[in-house]
Design a binder for this molecule. Sequence first.
Ligand code: PEP
Length: 250
Amino acid sequence: MRTPLIAGNWKLNKTISEANKLATQLVTGLTGVSDREVVIAPIFTALSSVADIVKNSPIQLAGQNCYPEESGAFTGEISPLFLRDAGCQYVIIGHSERRQLLAETDAFIQQKIVKSLAGGLKPILCIGETLEQRENNQMFDVLTQQIKGALKNLTAERIATLVVAYEPVWAIGTGKTASNEQAQEAHAFIRKLLAELFTPDIAETTRILYGGSVKPGNVDELMAEKDIDGALVGGASLNAEDFIRIVRFN
Ligand code: PEP
């Protein structure tokens, strides 16, 4: 019922020529993929050339962030309008690196979600607890607060295209993956929360991705869990062979 989605977050990596090369390798390696969605998020400066390369392939594009205004005096920012113009269908919002390094709040993230949806982009909303929060048994409270904050004042109809990415902060870029049981527990909780806050239908159809050191060696078992609908992949998405294997999970 939920089409699996594998998304690669390239972060601040790959020059334009390197991005083009990686995109070309992915197009070749992912020929024929049709039962799952594939999304890559290159740096902004490479979006338009990568868009040309992935045209007519199963690969879709995401921005790594956006500002909640369409255009105007917002030096250094990028908006849903311009991401669409560059060829994006998706946008990553609320990544833990931005929450931590740039002090993004749930309220600011909510504005971005609203504007992304209004601008025709599908948001990939990242949520997740730190190690300290997990160890203090605050995980469920943190996830609840992040979901409630980011989706405040939104209706079930409005969030029909939303994707949630559960990314425990302690598993991002650390090589430490959540166990299948830990990931499934968090995903089931998020799904239940969506049912309570919106509708059972939304909970059933919203894709919840796992992110945090996903690799070719652990993707199959993660994807076997009932509530894990895909992966948001950082480090391993920078290598064509690894990312292709992850997309082709069993
Ligand atoms: C991420 O940054 O979203 C991520 C999951 O990174 P990594 O796969 O490197 O842990």
